[in-house]
Design a protein around this ligand. Structure first.
Ligand code: PXP
Length: 246
């Protein structure tokens, strides 16, 4: 059964625009939970452009739902995570100049470094997922490095225009899922998903978690975060995911 983790980074983006105290991502996490989210996702970036260490610590202490920390595979971040012990870490590539995470982690080229990071995180009791392009070789390399899960990058699907390109991207996601399944990995998905494009992806069988941020936070400006969360859950439910909450 699929579940929704709301990525609350852009609540922090708005706060950091003025370097003040509001809106507080900790409040946002509560609203997402009240809207039925199964988890909260945050990306603590090296440049600290949105989420701050304080946010992650407080959400970890207060959220009753799953906490998924997105992070780069750096020594400082590994130490932070081992101390914080989120339920899950999602390892992502990080470039300073990017607007958002652009590509998947190259688990093939970075397999040794990845395996060392995964070992330390798992020893701390943290479930480790790698954000990957939906290909068989990336899924296999993530499994070989000891990851328990992968998050399939849906950015290419979200950017695809025209039925043929969209169908090609959906097939790629299924290929990635199948390869991950063969290696007994849990399969999540995320990036660029919104209220208009979620349908076909939600129909892909047996995706576990959807990590969705920008579109939900954008809609929350108009309908509130609790309602925006609820609406996304309803769409996931309508296409075969959970029925959401009342
Ligand atoms: N999954 C990962 C690994 C991400 O890096 C991001 C963006 O932070 C998301 C999901 C959410 O993407 P979006 O904000 O486009 O929904």
């Amino acid at each position: 059964m699929s579940q929704l983790n709301v990525n609350i980074d852009h609540v922090a983006t708005l706060r950091q625009a003025r370097l003040v105290e509001e809106p507080d991502p900790v409040w946002a996490a509560v609203e997402c939970e009240l809207g039925g989210a199964a988890g909260i996702t945050m990306h603590l970036r090296e440049d600290r452009r949105h989420i701050q260490p304080r946010d992650v610590r407080l959400v970890r202490q207060t959220a009753a739902v799953k906490v998924n920390l997105e992070m780069a595979m750096t020594e400082a971040m590994i130490r932070f995570a081992v101390q914080l012990k989120p339920d899950q870490v999602t390892l992502v590539p990080e470039k300073r100049r990017e607007l958002t995470t652009e590509g998947g982690l190259d688990c093939v080229r970075q397999q040794r470094r990845l395996a060392a990071a995964v070992r330390r995180l798992r020893k701390a009791g943290i479930e480790v997922s790698a954000f990957i392009a939906p290909t068989a070789d990336q899924a296999a390399a993530a499994a070989d490095a000891g990851c328990q899960a992968v998050e399939l990058h849906t950015g290419a699907y979200a950017n695809a225009r025209g039925p043929a390109a969209i169908a090609r991207c959906l097939r790629a996601l299924e290929t990635g899922r199948d390869a991950a399944w063969q290696r007994n990995l849990i399969v999540h998905a995320g990036h660029g998903l919104n209220y208009r494009n979620i349908g076909p992806v939600a129909q892909i069988e047996a995706l576990a978690d959807f990590n969705i941020g920008h579109s939900i936070i954008a809609r929350s400006v108009f309908v509130g975060l609790r309602q925006a969360t609820r609406q996304m859950i309803e769409l996931l439910g309508a296409y075969g995911g959970p029925s959401g909450i009342e």
